[in-house]
Design a protein around this ligand. Sequence first.
Ligand code: HEC
Ligand code: HEC
Length: 369
Amino acid sequence: MSSRSQSHLAAGWLAATVAACSGEPAAHGGEYRLPWPEVPLPAAEDPHDNPRTEPKRLLGRILFYDPLLSADRATACVTCHSEIWGLGDQLPRSIGVGGRGVIGPGRSGAHRSRRNSPALWNLGLRSALFWDGRASTLEEQVLFPLRDPDELAREPDDVIADLRASSPYRALFEAAFPQAEPAVSRTTFTQALGTFVRAYVSDRAPYDGYLRGDALALDAQDRRGIALFAQLECDSCHVPPRFDSDRYANRAVPDPEQLDDVGRFALSGAEHERGAFRVPTLRNARDSGPYFHNGAVADYRAAIAHEVEQQVALGAREPLSEEELTDLTQFLRRALTDTSREQHPLDEVPSGLMVPLDSERFLRGDREL
Ligand code: HEC
Ligand code: HEC
């Protein structure tokens, strides 16, 4: 164990002792302080060759909803990353082209993705994308779901040809990329989608309110949860203020479907990374179950309990009582959730194809299936 984590652990125990004696969360000089540096979430920097503009973001948003990108003309990015479902789809593994049913639980089909679809929060701050870190920028990432036979299953050049043939799309690309020649290309396509995804930011949660000076944004239960999060050393991987990191770890996640996914090992070949996956963010994670790379755990509290067990087995702390697990869960559910950036799904796209239905709109009876 590193000296950092030892002193960290000691601070955690101290906090627990203070809390036990006074019935209050750890306080320093009478004033509440977080048990880690009080740093606000930084803004994501745009790539130097792709500065954000509103026309680009709006074009990216349209592409995100348009099933023109898929081989069956019925599947889009939103099929697996829906705001209705926390930017995931609530399925352990996603269903791509050829699937039946609305977005979300109940959708079925032969083309299942290899892994759980992650929510897309604060990805502009990351330097490793996907569960195994196989892409390093959002612009690079975009072509993976296009080509994947279980996701959108289309050759990028065919999609570009379709977009070029569409006059509404040509106009949108020309407005978003006035300097580019040609305006519709793989580069501009990936830049528009990258700009759109980068705008999914979670930075107005109660936790951020506290950092901006609202002392009451974190209630007593949040503070007890925070103390436990530090004592269990969750923050060594889920590092505040992002509550993620570009590290990889094997968390001994259950493997009910016996997928034997080797994770990062397939890229690095390093034995210690066999079964290791990139540390996901806990921001907005409340809404994006099921959890872990294979979606093996449906319930958020159960996912947290699994992670607590891992830390207890490493000797970070004695097991939590049910009450303590509730405090930790409530902190993660409440204080790290910011849904203010969510927006109403698009109803129409320039291709004229039907935007994949989410079950809310389906239940509202907006359209026939
Ligand atoms: C059929 C479902 C499906 C579709 C369609 C789909 N994705 Fe995904 N997406 C996934 C899955 C599953 C992963 C995780 C794959 C992995 O890590 O190996 C993922 C990962 C990602 C990531 C990386 C997230 C992270 O935390 O590193 C981004 C960004 C992303 N998708 C954006 C998109 C965009 C943009 C589109 C449309 C062009 C799209 N996805 C289409 C299922 C889908
Ligand atoms: C050694 C690094 C490490 C530590 C310490 C750690 N985690 Fe994790 N955590 C991960 C990784 C890696 C995953 C993804 C594992 C996978 O899917 O196979 C994960 C996944 C999770 C998830 C599921 C998130 C999702 O979107 O699927 C939750 C919740 C979670 N951790 C909470 C915690 C809590 C609470 C603690 C402290 C008790 C903790 N973690 C400690 C690395 C860590």
